[in-house]
Design a protein around this ligand. Structure first.
Ligand SMILES: [Zn+2]
Length: 332
C-alpha cells in the first residue's frame, strides 16, 4: 500500500488561492488558508508544475505527464484566465482525486519497473489493490497505455473467452469471494465491463446471506448475483449437465441406459449444486457413468455444446447485454 501523505511541512500555513480542475471539466474554486504538504517522494526540485491532490503537493514534470496523458498534455495548453496561480514558482493545478491513487500513478510514471513488482503468483486481493488506483486515474486522465496495461493484468484473471475460462480453471486460481466482489464496482467505475461476466459468475458461488450482507456490492449488483445464480442453475440442468441431473437415453441407446442410470446424483449433492451452480466446469469422468457408447457420445457432445452456449449467454444472465455489447462499451 502506498504511504499516506506526510504531515504538513513548513509551508503548510501558506494561504493559497488555487484552481481546481478535475481533468475533463475544469471548474474554478478558490480556497484560502489551505495547509499543503509536499509529497516526500514526488516533489522534485526541477519539477515544472505542481499538482495538488488532497492537500498534498506533487512537483513533477509537465513534459513527463503530457507524454502519458492526453488530458495533462492539453491542461496547460488551454488559456487560463488567471495565470498567476502558482505554487513554489510553478503553475499549479488542483485535482479532485484520491492521493493514494495519484501516488500509485506517479510510481508507474517515474519507475519503469513498477509493474514488475507484480509477480505471477500475486494473490488477487493484492493485484486488485495494485492496479485499482492506476486504473481509475489512467481512465480519468486518458492515459491509454497505462489503462491498457491495468486491463490486461485484470483480464488475465477474469477471462472474456471460453478458452480463457478453461485456462483459469485449469490453473486452479483461488477466487476468494471478498476479492472477487471488489472487481465489480471497480470495473463499473472504470468502464471495463469485459471482466464482469466472469466476476458475476464467480459470485454465484457466494452464499445468499453473504451476498446480502456484502458491503462492497450495490443492491442492484446483489440482485444481479442472486438472479444469475438461478439462471446458471437452470443452464446447468438444461444445457451443460443434463446427463447428471435429468438423464434421458439417446434413441440409438444400446444398453438400456435409462433404466440402469435412474439418478446420478444424491439429493444433497443436487442441492449443493443448486446453491453453487458451476455449468462451465468441464466434466471428464465419463467412464464412471457407465453409459453405452452411443449415450456417452451424445452426452459428451451435448456437454461441449452446452458450455459454449452458456458462455455465449453468460453476460445476459447478469443483465450485461451480449459479449458484443460489452466490447462496444469497453471500446475494444
Ligand atoms: Zn445408452
Amino acid at each position: 500500500m502506498p504511504p499516506l501523505a506526510p504531515p504538513p511541512r513548513s509551508d503548510s500555513q501558506l494561504a493559497v488561492a488555487w484552481r481546481a480542475m478535475d481533468g475533463s471539466n475544469a471548474k474554478a474554486k478558490t480556497i484560502a488558508e489551505v495547509p499543503i504538504a509536499r509529497h516526500p517522494e514526488f516533489y522534485f526540485s526541477d519539477g515544472s508544475v505542481v499538482i495538488i491532490v488532497e492537500r498534498t503537493a506533487f512537483r513533477v514534470h509537465q513534459s513527463v505527464l503530457a507524454r502519458h496523458s492526453d488530458v495533462f498534455n492539453d491542461m496547460w495548453d488551454v488559456p487560463q484566465p488567471n495565470r498567476s496561480e502558482t505554487y513554489d514558482g510553478c503553475p499549479m493545478v488542483v485535482l479532485s482525486d484520491s492521493v493514494m491513487d495519484f501516488v500509485d500513478v506517479m510510481r508507474v510514471i517515474y519507475d519503469a519497473f513498477h509493474f514488475d513488482k507484480l509477480k505471477s503468483d500475486t494473490n488477487l486481493s493484492t493485484l486488485i489493490t495494485f492496479v485499482a488506483g492506476i486504473l481509475r486515474i489512467s481512465t480519468k486522465y486518458s492515459m491509454q497505455q497505462l489503462r491498457n496495461k491495468c486491463i490486461a493484468i485484470i483480464q488475465a484473471k477474469f477471462p472474456s473467452t471460453l478458452k480463457g475460462c478453461d485456462e483459469v480453471l485449469s490453473r486452479g486460481i483461488q477466487y476468494v469471494p471478498s476479492e472477487i466482489v471488489r472487481i465489480i464496482p471497480l470495473a463499473r467505475e472504470t468502464t471495463v465491463p469485459k471482466v464482469l461476466p466472469w466476476a458475476f459468475y464467480l459470485c454465484a458461488h457466494i452464499s445468499v446471506d453473504e451476498i446480502l450482507t456484502n458491503s462492497v456490492l450495490s443492491w442492484r449488483d446483489k440482485a444481479l448475483c442472486l438472479a444469475g445464480k438461478e439462471r446458471l442453475w437452470e443452464a446447468q440442468k438444461k444445457y451443460t449437465h443434463p446427463f447428471l441431473l435429468d438423464f434421458k437415453q439417446c434413441p440409438q441407446c444400446t444398453g438400456a441406459c435409462q433404466t440402469r442410470v435412474p439418478r446420478m446424483l444424491k439429493i444433497e449433492n443436487i442441492e449443493n449444486l443448486r446453491m453453487s451452480p458451476h455449468p462451465l466446469e468441464e466434466y471428464t469422468d465419463w467412464k464412471s457413468l457407465m453409459l453405452c457408447p452411443k449415450c456417452q457420445s451424445v452426452s459428451e457432445m451435448g456437454h461441449r455444446d452446452g458450455r459454449e452456449r452458456v458462455w455465449d449467454a453468460l453476460p445476459s444472465f447478469f443483465h450485461l447485454g451480449t459479449w458484443e455489447d460489452i466490447c462496444k462499451d469497453q471500446n475494444c
